[in-house]
Ligand binder design. Structure first.
Ligand SMILES: O=C(O)CCC(=O)C(=O)O
Ligand SMILES: [Fe+2]
Length: 285
């Protein structure tokens, strides 16, 4: 049965997962992976690799961590996705979004990152690219809240969609469509991946917020925040089964399909993560 909200707004929510028993474990996985990345990035900086700051540890860990797979087998996620988008889908990307005091915003963007192989993005095709976002903790108004542009899965008069995937200034014509998406722990939303959305800097009060306002990371606040202070969402991207997923978008950052390689080697292309030259011998004198 078509979901009226999804048809109209491009997004449907809130739904509730059937089994919440894994939520704390999922948070723990996200936080440990993020902490690991922080350490790796610090070491990369100390090695002079300023331009090699990565966030690969929090992307595509569903092959390595069974609780993530179990989440996507949840009876309610399965039935809502099947009702809304039908079956024969693949999950090709997952990403944790941990935020706590001092963490900045995620700019306006859409999740239609790929089309089919190298094909150009076909933004208004509503048959094939979908997103699911699950609240692993409450995602409230002040918790780095998510917002989306109602109806942006369809052409909107006066809005030219020929623009970068990520941008910071919402065109005036769309400002009155900005809609908060708040979710309680264990709730989830589904949306057409073309729907424009963002999340605010953590801790912004609504009265401090105005369209086109963007917070920046505040390192002093961030370093004081404890892991329990924040919020975490987990986003997944789905595509029709026969979609050709480009190798660098749908890869396990650890290398092989179900690998858990920690720490992560800093390779541009995970497919190159085959250790060929092992020798540690270098000229001495
Ligand atoms: O939760 C967030 O901060 C961002 C989520 C997001 O961009 C997504 O669900 O695709
Ligand atoms: Fe997104």
């Amino acid at each position: 049965m078509p979901n009226e909200q999804l048809e109209r707004d491009g997004l449907a929510a809130p739904f509730e997962i059937a089994d919440k028993s894994n939520l704390d474990t999922l948070c723990e996985i996200a936080l440990e992976l993020e902490a690991l990345q922080g350490k790796q990035n610090k070491l990369a900086r100390m090695a002079g690799l300023e331009d090699q700051q990565r966030w690969s540890t929090i992307i595509n860990r569903h092959m390595a961590f069974k609780p993530i797979q179990d989440l996507y087998r949840d009876a309610n996620i399965q039935s809502v996705v099947a009702d809304c988008f039908s079956t024969d889908l693949v999950l090709w990307q997952t990403k944790f979004f941990p935020k706590y005091p001092g963490v900045g915003e995620n700019y306006w963007h859409h999740d239609r990152i790929i089309e089919n192989g190298d094909d150009p993005i076909n933004i208004y095709d509503t048959t094939n690219h979908f997103s699911v976002v699950v609240a692993l903790t409450d995602l409230g108004m002040d918790d780095g809240r998510l917002e989306y542009i109602k109806g942006s899965h369809k052409p909107i008069e006066g809005f030219d969609r020929d623009m970068p995937r990520i941008f910071d200034e919402m065109p005036e014509v769309l400002v009155d469509r900005i809609t908060p998406l708040t979710l309680k722990r264990g709730e989830f939303a589904v949306f057409h991946s073309a729907v424009l959305h963002r999340s605010l800097a953590y801790g912004h009060k609504e009265e401090d917020w105005s369209p086109n306002y963007f917070g920046t990371p505040i390192p002093e606040l961030r370093s004081k925040a404890t892991r329990e202070d924040g919020r975490i969402s987990l986003a997944a991207r789905l595509a029709r089964k026969d979609t050709v997923i480009p190798a660098n978008s749908g890869a396990n950052p650890a290398g092989v399909f179900d690998g858990i390689a920690e720490p992560m080697p800093y390779y541009e292309d995970p497919a190159k993560q085959v250790i060929g030259e092992r020798s540690a011998v270098m000229p001495f004198n």
